[in-house]
Structure formats: structure tokens, C-alpha cells
Design a protein around this ligand. Structure first.
Ligand code: ZN
Length: 59
């Protein structure tokens, strides 16, 4: 383990550990990953069981 290089979680480019946007190569990849994470979360919440939707439907 030399620890000289780390791959950006967004694009796989080599990124320095001391980079301000570590573990990403830059703000672009950091925001992109954040957006992916948010959309994944949205996909999960939108697939809730229909029973939960029925609660608000009775009002
Ligand atoms: Zn990147």
C-alpha cells in the first residue's frame, strides 16, 4: 500500500488524498455523485407500499 493514488468515486480518475473534494477529483464529480444518490433515494421512496398511500386517501 503506497497510498500515492486514489480513484475518484465519480469518474475513476486518479485523485490526491489531500484534494479538497476528496474522494472525488473535483466539485463536478462530487455534485454528480450527490445527484445520483438523491435520485436513488427518490426512487426508493416513490416505491412505497400502496397501503401507505391509502392512509391519506381516506381523508
Ligand atoms: Zn471524477
Amino acid at each position: 500500500m503506497s497510498g500515492s493514488g486514489f480513484r475518484c468515486l465519480g469518474c475513476g480518475k486518479l485523485v490526491r488524498r489531500r484534494a479538497s473534494d476528496f474522494p472525488f477529483c473535483g466539485e463536478r464529480c462530487r455534485l454528480l455523485d450527490l445527484a445520483n444518490w438523491a435520485s436513488e433515494r427518490y426512487a426508493i421512496s416513490s416505491s412505497l407500499p400502496s397501503s401507505e398511500v391509502g392512509l391519506s386517501d381516506e381523508e
